[in-house]
Design a protein around this ligand. Sequence first.
Ligand SMILES: CC(C)(COP(=O)(O)OP(=O)(O)OC[C@H]1O[C@@H](n2cnc3c(N)ncnc32)[C@H](O)[C@@H]1OP(=O)(O)O)[C@@H](O)C(=O)NCCC(=O)NCCS
Length: 176
Amino acid sequence: MTEIRFLDGDAARAWLDDLCEVLADCVNDGASVSFMLPYGVEDARPYWLEVADAAGRGDTLLAVAIVEGRVVGTVQVGIKQAPNQPHRGDVKKLLVRRSARGLGLSRLLMDAAEAEAAKCGKTLLVLDTATGSPAEAIYPRFGWVRVGVVPDYALYPDGRFCGTTFFYKRIGPVAA
Ligand SMILES: CC(C)(COP(=O)(O)OP(=O)(O)OC[C@H]1O[C@@H](n2cnc3c(N)ncnc32)[C@H](O)[C@@H]1OP(=O)(O)O)[C@@H](O)C(=O)NCCC(=O)NCCS
């Protein structure tokens, strides 16, 4: 059975080991998601502890996909924004571990994240992802609009340059 759940700070710390495994698995698979090789499960702990703090403050929505009692996928929406952008949310770190891919988990996570962001008053979401990655092909299927590419924006975990594609999605009416 698959469950999508939103975690507060304490719950995120309780699922810390699984969250670290998901992130380390994706980095070691070559995903350009902020971190460089070598990257082990323990390396992911400081990052997730920061995310747990942000979730605890209500600055970040943290969704996880739980399958057979393990967190195998996750996504975040940055809720806290500058005063002139209260309607915008930043989607980040959509991650599904290799053993759980192709099961529709990313769609479930993104649907839940968008619905929760809308409940928080967000009407516009933005994200960016590595150009040429599987994720880049997936977002248009979820209704996201491709804006364009910045070449050499980031690095792959092995140090090669990587372009970044920017997307947006309206999830509510344009604010007056
Ligand atoms: C991108 C990622 C999250 C997809 O997760 P997933 O759970 O396997 O994706 P799903 O099974 O939900 O598939 C979603 C849709 O994309 C399609 N899809 C899946 N893998 C695909 C691929 N490699 N290429 C093209 N389409 C693909 C599916 O058919 C599905 O379409 P549908 O819902 O219209 O049938 C996963 O590959 C991943 O974690 N990658 C590494 C981390 C990463 O790059 N994240 C993006 C950061 S911005």
